[in-house]
Design a protein. Structure first.
Length: 897
């Protein structure tokens, strides 16, 4: 008997969101890797969302950065040796430090680094360079929560765990579209709701999102007004039975001041938050009546110029009711990135130290320096992300090393970031892909190991430390981020960076957590049970929630004894006097821009953008707006709009998702210069930040929307990449075996066939080129076949009334086109009638393609006028008339064939 070896599954953790799901990776005989959920991981018990499930599709080396590169004197990036690259970074940094001091250099890192990478980066800057100019994209994400937790609890401590959701009787989701952004946690809530329908789910979000599908109550709060809403709740609770006098007395302080700041009446809150007073009262009553309440929040809370106050306004309501540190209740900050929490543990932010010690505390500084035995220790907080890039533009920071983040896309006022990077003397970028909007400005480009290749740990939203393990070899010359940092540190002459493995780094991190961590100054963050592990134990480390006891036991829930981390052991109520967002709408910029995520893309798409299945859900950048606003600002669904703010502008397609109230618009964050000509929303976002946390106000920028007039629209599906130099407006996504382009332009289109052939690069006059042209209608369609396979197709029209892409896309999976495929291909639709209405052709009367085909056949219709008389299509604005003509011709040809 010939038994094939049983493939070995390697356990690791998903590299996307902060839910932190466990995965298994199984190498298959054909070289592919099968990714599945890890049934033994407590975060997901074997489940994966669509992004996690598609991980296997993102592992190819296409587009990967495989070798270091240096910019030469002519400004061209050229492949270089590691030795030269490390030398350039080390001497570049050392020279600038020697001349201008340590604060003239900076690191800008990421919550997508592993804890080990993060630890080394922080140690290098704060302990050896001697500057705290290391900040991270977590500034854009979690910093308001960090600041809020520190104010309330005395340290950056998230009290609860995922099990609390299962035990809760009420779950409030504030500024969190968990259905799309934390799907596995959301599904857990959905299952709970199914099992116990009496559990109340409340969603507080200006948009009606997918998350609202399971909600009993959706409060479409006016953007930026959450502090009013939770102050109102605090006032209400303080006067109610739910107020826990004993808890307040024994375990908190500051309530009186908080009450003064929060004092308000329900009707005033309803007016300010633009909510129905009955709904608001219903929420307050439920909250009052339900002991086991979890209030989970994410970026609708954090990303605000009042973000820290929003966090504290929520925590205040849990303190006044004593609903914290007990099963089924508590405030719960949802972390975004896979290792947002790990970065906080090592002190990755410019105003933190390491192991939850404080930069501003001289005793802490001394303890960390003593532990590191470092030559110096940063004495003051460094620059926060937005300020950092301003300092770079001003020239006070002259060198920046950007690791695992793409600030050209993700920072607010992204055009400012461009000015800063253009000006910066030395820009070093460590990434896994070769071309990003940021790497375009690199003087030194360093190839990092990516997910599946790197080894280390991450910590999720519930403080659970999990291993990420390598299951693929290092590609090209790529190195682990911690290793690259150590190489540079050692070249700069610093001791303390001779780690041999990720395990050695982790061990030092764990030991720092217990260093002088006893007596009166005890710190909650403590990895006692993980210090001193040998390599094998580290390799086999099972998921565990910190703090970890010396015996190795994790901790699901903090503050169970009512003791908090402030020196007096009491939690603080924080007075949160409400204030409006930094920038108000004006006649020039009358709409509020809200930005966020779509279900199937991750940030700047450098990884999810490779997975065809993830492109199908949202294949183009869009602006979601209310139909009445669209009417008012002269734009139409399906057409392009120019969206502009005081800071920048972009072009996106108008969509009416149905979930947005008048006065607001929503644009996704994901598109950038690599996959769209003009859709980097960061260029529009105002650079205002929260005064406490420094977190930008990503969810509230006044903008204007106007028609972006074009003379033609087109789409192309092509097996090969196009040269888009001649196209004014384009977006691209990866399909299965093809790239999909959406194009538009202003230049009058006369020689359509010649233009199409040139764009598609079809120079051979004998090429198998099927086309259709309606010159009076301005419609052109062509398909390029090579052998028996479809190679490319292009559909052009003066209007965005192009056929659906789905059926055409399927043809790219076929090795041979059938005669039927060929007959249908120019209509973008399979032959034969369908039971459904088909893709909408006439939007005015909602008439689908299949309805028109059926009518033509049944009634022997010969002209557009006859079609209009029969099914109304084309009888109003006429936009669909060219489309109807094509359908007429194709249907009649088919019928007579
Ligand atoms: N699919 C996907 N999932 C992801 C990510 C991704 O890129 N793609 N990224 C991960 C990361 S790093 C993060 S940080 C998380 C973010 O996860 P979420 O915070 O859930 O996602 P966002 O879409 O940024 O914003 C959440 C909601 O806040 C709402 N909002 C806007 N303004 C306000 C307001 O004033 N008040 C309230 N109450 N709500 C408001 C928005 O309408 C939006 O629906 O997602 C993580 N998960
Ligand atoms: N307008 C607006 N802007 C936002 C937000 C918003 O809601 N609205 N949200 C903000 C938030 S919450 C976040 S978290 C940020 C995210 O924004 P970014 O961090 O800028 O987004 P990513 O695309 O995740 O960037 C990660 C980069 O690191 C690379 N990379 C991946 N793995 C590795 C690795 O192991 N090592 C190295 N060296 N590189 C790697 C990727 O290829 C990619 O280029 O965006 C922020 N910006
Ligand atoms: S929920 Fe988050 S961690 Fe889990 S599979 Fe999806 S993206 Fe990955
Ligand atoms: Mo984030």
């Amino acid at each position: 008997m010939n038994l094939s070896p049983i493939p070995l599954a390697i356990k690791s953790t998903c590299p996307y969101c902060g839910v932190g799901c466990g995965i298994t990776a199984t190498p298959l005989p054909d070289g592919a890797i099968a990714i599945a959920g890890d049934a033994s991981h407590m975060a997901n018990r074997g489940r994966l969302c669509v992004k996690g499930a598609a991980l296997g599709e993102t592992l190819s080396l296409d587009g990967r950065l495989l070798h270091p590169a240096l910019r030469d004197s002519e400004g061209v990036l050229r492949q270089a040796s590691w030795d030269d690259a490390i030398e350039r970074v080390a001497t570049g940094f050392a020279d600038i430090i020697a001349e201008h001091g340590p604060d003239a250099v900076a690191l800008y890192v990421s919550g997508q680094l592993l804890t080990e990478d993060y630890y080394v980066a922080n140690k290098l800057m704060k302990g050896y360079v001697g500057s705290a100019n290391i900040d991270t994209n977590s500034r854009l994400c979690m910093s308001s929560s960090v600041a809020g937790h520190k104010r309330a609890f005395g340290a950056d401590l998230v009290p609860g765990c995922y099990d609390d959701f299962d035990e809760a009787d009420m779950i409030v989701l504030v500024g969190a579209n968990s259905a799309w952004c934390h799907p596995i946690l959301f599904q857990r809530i959905a299952r709970l709701k199914e099992a116990r329908p009496e559990v109340q789910v409340v969603v507080i979000d200006p948009r009606r999102t997918a998350t609202c599908e399971i909600a009993d109550l959706h409060l479409p709060v006016k953007p930026g007004t959450d502090v009013w809403l939770f102050n109102g709740l605090l006032s209400y609770l303080a006067r109610s039975h739910a107020c826990d006098e004993r808890f307040i007395e024994q375990h908190t302080s500051g309530m009186a001041e908080a009450m003064v700041a929060a004092d308000t009446e329900l009707l005033d809150v309803a007016r300010t938050c633009r909510l129905d007073p009955h709904d608001l009262l219903a929420f307050y009553r439920h909250f009052e009546a339900t002991t086991k309440v979890v209030t989970a929040f994410s970026q609708g809370v954090n990303q605000s110029s009042a973000g820290t106050d929003k966090v504290n306004a929520i925590i205040n309501c849990h303190l006044v009711t004593g609903r914290i540190g007990k099963p089924g209740m508590g405030p719960f900050s949802l972390t975004g990135q896979p290792n947002a929490m790990g970065g906080r543990e090592v002190g990755g932010l410019a105003n933190m130290l390491a192991a939850h010690m404080e930069l501003a505390n001289p005793a802490h500084r001394a303890m960390v320096q003593e532990f590191w035995q470092s030559p110096r220790i940063a004495g003051k907080a460094g620059l926060k992300a937005v300020d950092l890039f301003h300092a770079i533009e001003q020239g006070t920071v002259k060198a920046v090393w950007i690791i695992a983040t793409n600030p050209m896309v993700s920072l607010p006022d992204a055009n400012q970031v461009q000015r800063a990077l253009e000006k910066c003397e030395l820009v070093v970028v460590s990434d896994i892909v070769g071309t990003t909007d940021t790497s375009a400005f690199a003087d030194v480009l360093l190839p990092a190991l990516g997910w599946g290749e790197k080894d280390g740990t991450v910590t999720n939203s519930e403080r659970c430390i999990s291993r990420q393990r390598a299951f693929m070899p290092a590609p090209g010359e790529a190195r682990a981020d911690w290793r690259i940092l150590c190489d540079v540190a050692q070249r700069m002459g610093f001791g303390g960076f001779d780690f041999e493995s990720a395990h050695a780094v982790f061990d030092e991190h764990a030991r720092l957590s217990i260093h002088r961590n006893e007596g009166a100054t005890v710190r909650v963050f403590n990895l006692a049970g993980l210090a001193g592990m040998d390599a094998r134990q580290y390799e086999q480390l099972a998921p565990v929630q910190w703090p970890v006891t010396p015996e190795g036991a994790g901790t699901a829930r903090l503050f169970q004894d009512g003791r908090f981390a402030h020196p007096d052991g009491k939690a603080r109520f924080v007075a949160t006097a409400p204030r409006a967002p930094a920038h108000a709408v004006s006649p020039e910029f009358p709409l509020v821009l809200n930005t966020g995520r779509v279900r199937d893309q991750w940030h700047t798409m450098s990884r999810t953008g490779r997975a065809p299945r993830l492109a199908e859900h949202t294949s183009e950048p869009f602006i979601d707006m209310h139909p009445q606003d669209a009417l008012r600002y002269g734009v139409r669904e399906g057409e392009l709009a120019r969206v502009s703010s005081e800071w920048g502008a972009m072009v996106v397609r108008v969509q009416h998702g149905g979930g947005i109230a008048r006065g607001g618009v929503f644009v996704p964050i994901h598109w950038n210069g690599q996959n769209a000509s003009d859709a980097r929303v960061g260029t529009l976002v105002n650079p205002a930040v929260d005064p406490v946390s420094g977190e930008p106000e990503f969810k509230h920028t006044p903008v204007n929307v106007e028609r972006f007039g074009v003379n033609w629209h087109a789409f192309v599906l092509s097996r090969s990449e196009l040269n888009l130099d001649s196209v004014a407006h384009w977006t691209r996504v990866q399909g299965r075996g093809f790239v999909r382009y959406e194009l538009a332009g202003r230049k009058a289109m006369l020689e359509r066939s010649a233009w199409a052939r040139e764009l598609l690069g079809v120079v051979d006059a004998d090429a198998d080129w099927l086309d259709y042209e309606d010159s009076s209608g301005g419609v052109y369609r062509a398909v390029h076949v090579v052998g028996e396979r479809i190679e490319q197709c292009i559909f052009l029209s003066p209007r965005p009334d192009l056929p659906a892409r789905a059926w055409l896309a399927e043809l790219f999976s076929k090795e041979t086109l059938t005669p039927g495929d060929r007959a249908g291909v120019l209509s973008g639709q399979a032959l034969g009638m369908r039971a459904d209405a088909g893709a909408t052709v006439c939007s005015c009367f909602g008439v689908g393609r299949n309805m028109i085909c059926d009518a033509i056949i049944k009634n022997d219709l010969k002209t557009v006028a006859e079609v209009t008389a029969c099914v109304k299509a084309g009888g109003n604005c006429g936009s669909c008339v060219p489309e109807i003509k094509v359908i007429l011709v194709e249907t009649r040809v088919r019928e007579t064939a």
